[in-house]
Design a protein around this ligand. Sequence first.
Ligand code: F3S
Length: 428
Amino acid sequence: MQLTADERAMAEGRDGPAVAAAMDLLLRYGRALGAERLVETDNVVASISASTPFMRGFAARGGGMDAVFSQFSLDSDQAVPIPPARARTVHTQLGFAPDHAAQMGVDEATVTFYRQGEAWLAGRGVAATNTCTPYVVGTVPRFGEHCAWMESSAVIYCNSVLGARTNTEGRESVGAAMLTGRIPYWGYHVSANRRGTHAVEVATPLQGVRDWGLLGYWIGAQVQERVPVVQGFGAAPDLVRLKHFGAAASSSGGVEMYHLVGATPEAPTAEAAFGGQAPREQLRFGAAEKRAAWERLNANGDERRVDYVMLGCPHYTFDQVADAAALLQGRRVHPDSALWIFTPRAIKAQADAAGLTRTIEAAGALLMTDSCSAMSRAAPKGTRVVALDSAKQAHYLPAILGVQAWFGSTAECVDAACTGRWAGEAPA
Ligand code: F3S
């Protein structure tokens, strides 16, 4: 790979052994990908915490978080001191919610260990945003900016809605990017790879967030890891619809980038989105396809009794928390059910200040941060049947927790929590 003088100096140890190990990792990674060079980045979304018992055991053997980072982020058997981040870095979601550890079945010792790790991260300049939606709490790269992000639902938003550039990175590559401010220049960093491949015509009305989730889920299954160019969807969707659409498309397929003609920044026209190349396939999303996506997501829903409702995948925005609070106003979660709502810490603080948390808790629900049921593998004890307003969570949770899942609108989910029964309906 071609290196600049600065990159060569980092690789040769000018900035210490951790940065040299990070460059070594990036060069091995880049060569394996066929990248010819690295690109500068100052926008990293990373997972760095010691999130598993194995990692915590590793830290406890003496080296602490330096040893964990060396081994699991830099692929270095030798524990080296980790310097502050060179690139602006925020932390993505965790494996549990530290303020609701007991409900998730996480013990005090793990919380204490996590708090120590959080202080270690702060010392390296990493912000503990702890969310899969960094773009709603201040991490908003400019158009065309090169980033190194983890978390598929955030990656697809970064590429498609913000017009910034990232691949779906892993713990190792973002750790190395954080210390060097570099990432291999390949995949979605390269303009030619961002062009559309599949044309999708929406031929049925999209009503609300649920239908955008169904559209994304159907498209992901059709195009897999390609780049869909979507037309015919009516009014430009808002942030929440875009968030649910992208999360769904990156779950049923591996979509990392899409274009909505007239709505996303690299698709002023269909011609611009395709960049002069002809679509490989023409797809049509009509009423039958919408219904099929809904049926696939509800395929393992059987019992109508609902033990648990989870909202906030991807993490809820302030407006979504407010909507959920309004739906719960004056109601109570059924004694045989539970409702957990997940949001970023910064939005939880706003919800606290606005009185929304009080409304949610008065109804017997919880507003939680930092994680979700899929990431934490946690649900209220005895859960067998769940209801979800997220296609992504409905895609993963049955396999992760061995539960039945119902998918529907937020209102249907809140009703399920308050009645203890699923009464959601298929799209017309
Ligand atoms: Fe976020 Fe968990 Fe969904 S981390 S995108 S809420 S699976």
